[in-house]
Write a protein that binds this ligand. Structure first.
Ligand SMILES: *[C@@H]1O[C@H](CO)[C@@H](O)[C@H](O)[C@H]1NC(C)=O
Ligand SMILES: *[C@@H]1O[C@H](CO)[C@@H](O)[C@H](O)[C@H]1NC(C)=O
Ligand SMILES: *[C@@H]1O[C@H](CO)[C@@H](O)[C@H](O)[C@H]1NC(C)=O
Ligand SMILES: *[C@@H]1O[C@H](CO)[C@@H](O)[C@H](O)[C@H]1NC(C)=O
Ligand SMILES: *[C@@H]1O[C@H](CO)[C@@H](O)[C@H](O)[C@H]1NC(C)=O
Ligand SMILES: *[C@@H]1O[C@H](CO)[C@@H](O)[C@H](O)[C@H]1NC(C)=O
Length: 524
């Protein structure tokens, strides 16, 4: 027996929660959605649980005998090439609704093809298959149907915050005076116009989800799971628990039901202090040998630099080439950048290792959740160039907290970009602010990963989380907002007023007639 097997056996024996069969379903072909939960799969596996993982990013070179994977990586091709996600993200600001609609249609096509996958069909139709728990990405409701198919409790997981409708499905308050919808670039401190637009956005999105998205998703479920399942909106309300990847250092606080667990943004972060020896020697040399500060620039894994408007790309490139600083640039096609000795480019770069390097003093980012999380964790101030959904709000919050300078990438001018770079590197206040956030982000009584494991096993042990579930999602709209009570009270009030009015009227009438009688009497 190898030492690994022995360790595994010990882990299994010491376990208070017996090894369970877990189905994990992660349909979004975006690395940032997947990377957050990989440590959770690995930990659950080494604790002896059997996992069937349906994912676009299978765990590589794994020797886990208790892991079965379905490889959905073909979805990346649809996401990047067929639907051109890069273009969708870059065009988002021009027509948010159209781009959002394109995104939803694309996800329906992707989830359909994922469900059509031979191994998935086998799984769905296998009469002997059973699971103790399903862990399912909460963002796209289609996959939630797996919990009904296998009649098991499920945990909905999100690599970022939940959408407003996701919050409502869990029973969290969603008052649009305070809590923003993901289509708006605001935070929880809104002026009148912002509250107005936030409310309209919320109403619009609710209508869109209720009358377009959910019915469409229900059709996909009907096609691949058969017609006997409840509607997805009902399935969504049955979630035993939700894991959200938010943290007060990065997000505004909001009330959460006790079965909504904040994982706190650091589950996949390694607390690195140096680049690993073997990794990329020339990059390390480039960083080590820099006399001046180094800027790290990445627009995330979805935006292709080539798809940026020519003018924008020119501004970015010229500013970097002419700056006195070295730049490490993650770019999908390295030939975009020519003849610049102060720029190091790579198609794939170890982001955490770079942010952890002591020479890196600024991060120019699109403001995606995982990027800001990593920058704050490693204490690197940011320049935000947001493109898409939550990125605007992420950058606005971090700017308000003094850790970031936000720029409008659409109308970016060289002068402003240069000034922002100079400011972020020379003005200590940004560094101080981001380092304070970094410290706060690491202040946890228990690590995010341990928290996630503990609650996962809680749901397994108790076959759900009945006592932690709120009744709010099952209440009709009019009851939650007390409309029935308000109408009743108004009615009672109106009746009392009416009776009082009648009484007063009749008293006045009597007095009048008495006075009249008296008058007659006097005249007589
Ligand atoms: C998995 O097993 C193979 C062959 O048994 C071995 O070469 C490889 O190093 C192992 N990988 C890991 C990650 O342990
Ligand atoms: C995506 O759209 C951009 C901008 O129109 C275009 O340049 C690019 O070739 C497209 N990519 C693919 C793979 O279709
Ligand atoms: C991270 O690393 C630093 C330095 O090695 C150490 O002091 C700190 O305790 C670590 N933090 C966590 C959360 O592991
Ligand atoms: C870079 O600097 C670190 C710490 O100063 C050192 O450990 C490492 O060997 C250096 N790497 C290279 C490639 O020079
Ligand atoms: C890049 O450098 C090469 C050789 O040094 C030169 O021939 C070429 O014209 C340069 N290209 C640009 C765009 O400056
Ligand atoms: C540094 O930035 C802060 C926040 O923007 C600002 O209040 C302060 O005046 C700046 N300091 C200098 C020396 O420019």
């Amino acid at each position: 027996m190898s030492s690994k097997t022995i360790l595994l056996l010990i882990a299994i024996i010491c376990n208070t929660c017996e090894s369970a069969r877990i189905l994990a379903v992660m349909p979004t072909p975006s690395f940032s959605h997947q990377v957050v939960f990989q440590p959770l799969w690995k930990s659950l596996l080494s604790r002896g649980h059997e996992i069937t993982l349906l994912t676009t990013d299978p765990i590589k070179n794994s020797n886990y005998s208790n892991l079965r994977q379905v490889d959905w990586s073909f979805a990346y091709h649809l996401w990047q090439n067929k639907h051109n996600i890069s273009k969708m993200i870059i065009n988002f600001r021009h027509n948010k609704i159209k781009c959002f609609n394109q995104f939803v249609d694309m996800m329906h096509e992707i989830t359909s093809l994922e469900l059509e996958h031979e191994d998935v069909q086998k799984l769905i139709n296998d009469k002997n298959e059973r699971f103790d728990l399903a862990i399912i990405e909460f963002l796209h409701p289609v996959m939630l149907a797996f919990s009904e198919r296998f009649s098991c409790p499920y945990i909905g997981v999100s690599s970022m915050d939940l959408t407003t409708l996701g919050h409502e499905a869990m029973g969290n308050p969603s008052n649009s005076a305070v809590y923003t919808d993901f289509l708006v670039p605001y935070d929880s401190n809104m002026c009148f116009v912002e509250r107005l637009l936030n409310t309209l956005s919320y109403l619009l999105v609710s209508l869109y989800f209720n009358f377009y998205m959910y019915p469409k998703s229900d059709n996909v479920v009907k096609k691949y799971f058969g017609g006997n399942l409840p509607k997805l909106q009902e399935i969504q309300k049955k979630a035993s628990m939700a894991f959200v990847n938010t943290h007060p250092a990065l997000h505004d606080v909001r009330p959460l039901m006790p079965n909504v667990i904040q994982l706190g943004g650091a589950i996949h972060l390694h607390n690195l202090t140096a680049l690993p020896m073997v990794l990329i020697l020339d990059l390390e040399k480039f960083l080590n040998e820099s006399q001046n500060a180094v800027i790290y620039f990445s627009l995330g894994s979805n935006v292709r630099v080539r798809d940026l408007p020519g003018e924008t790309l020119n501004v970015l490139l010229e500013t970097f080439v002419q700056s006195p600083f070295r730049v490490v640039w993650k770019v999908e096609a390295t030939d975009v950048i020519k003849n610049a000795s102060n720029i190091y480019t790579g198609r794939w770069l170890p982001q955490q290792e770079i942010l952890a390097h002591k020479s890196v003093k600024a991060f120019v980012t699109q403001g995606g959740q995982q990027s800001i999380e990593e920058a704050v964790y490693y204490g690197v101030p940011m320049i935000g160039l947001p493109f898409y959904v939550d990125q605007f709000a992420n950058i606005r919050r971090l700017s308000k907290r003094g850790a970031c300078i936000g720029l409008d990438v659409q109308n970016i001018r060289k002068k402003d970009f240069e000034k922002a770079i100079y400011e972020i590197i020379t003005n200590q206040s940004y560094l101080n602010a981001v380092q304070e956030l970094s410290t706060l982000m690491k202040e946890e009584p228990i690590s995010s990963l341990e928290k996630a494991i503990w609650w996962t096993e809680y749901v397994i042990r108790h076959n759900g989380a009945k006592l932690l579930k709120s009744n709010v999602p099952n209440m009709p709209f009019y009851q939650y907002f007390l409309l029935d009570v308000a109408v009743t009270l108004l009615l009672v009030f109106a009746i009392i007023l009416f009776i009082q009015y009648k009484i007063v009227k009749s008293i006045i009438k009597r007095i009048r007639s008495k006075m009249r009688d008296d008058k007659f009497y006097k005249i007589e």
